[in-house]
Design a protein. Structure first.
Length: 178
């Protein structure tokens, strides 16, 4: 979470803009014309922790600008690509629209890494192994957690019908026959 501190001696009403960047070609940021419907009220010298509603308004896809990546790639594709990323928040006076905080690197998170986790490696049953039909059908699946995957990683196992003669197993997966 992010915390804002009003360093002045008067109450400040602000709206926020945010940016997510890989420091290179990809930037996703709040449309400069967007103003939050309700201001954030900052009391003097009292930290204000942003909540999920504040963050949701700042980073709502409905008013973000996408550079180097599309909205659909993030929402319906693989998401943000692997790399080192930062998130920045900047405060603006709700009435005058003047910036109250500096642009990056002020107001930015430390860099954090996004990395894709390799899929688990199934070791049992072995590839091509025939599984006898039983009632009820029982199947013991054993896999190895990939290096770098957090211990609490959860997996969903999907079993697909691969018709005899299928040249490309990915086509069977795309057909969705479970």
């Amino acid at each position: 979470m992010a915390t804002l501190v009003n360093t002045s001696s008067t109450v400040q009403t602000v709206y926020l803009h945010g940016k997510v960047s890989d420091g290179g070609k990809i930037r996703v940021f709040t449309d400069p014309k967007f103003i939050m419907p309700q201001p954030v009220v900052l009391q003097p010298k009292i930290p204000f922790r942003l909540n999920i509603d504040n963050i949701g308004q700042v980073f709502s896809p409905d008013h973000l600008v996408f550079q180097g990546i599309t909205k659909d790639e993030i929402l319906f594709g693989p998401g943000l690509p692997e790399g080192d990323w930062t998130i920045c928040i900047q405060a603006f006076d709700y009435m005058t629209k003047e910036p109250l905080s500096d642009e990056d690197p002020q107001g930015c998170s430390n860099a954090f890494t996004i990395s894709d986790i390799e899929p688990a490696i199934i070791v049992q049953p072995e590839c091509g192994e025939k599984i006898p039909a039983t009632t009820p059908q029982m199947l013991n699946v054993v896999w190895i957690r990939p290096v770098g995957a957090p211990r609490d990683t959860k997996y969903n196992l999907k079993i697909f019908v691969v018709p005899t003669g299928t040249q490309n197993i990915n086509e069977a997966v795309k057909s969705g026959t479970l």
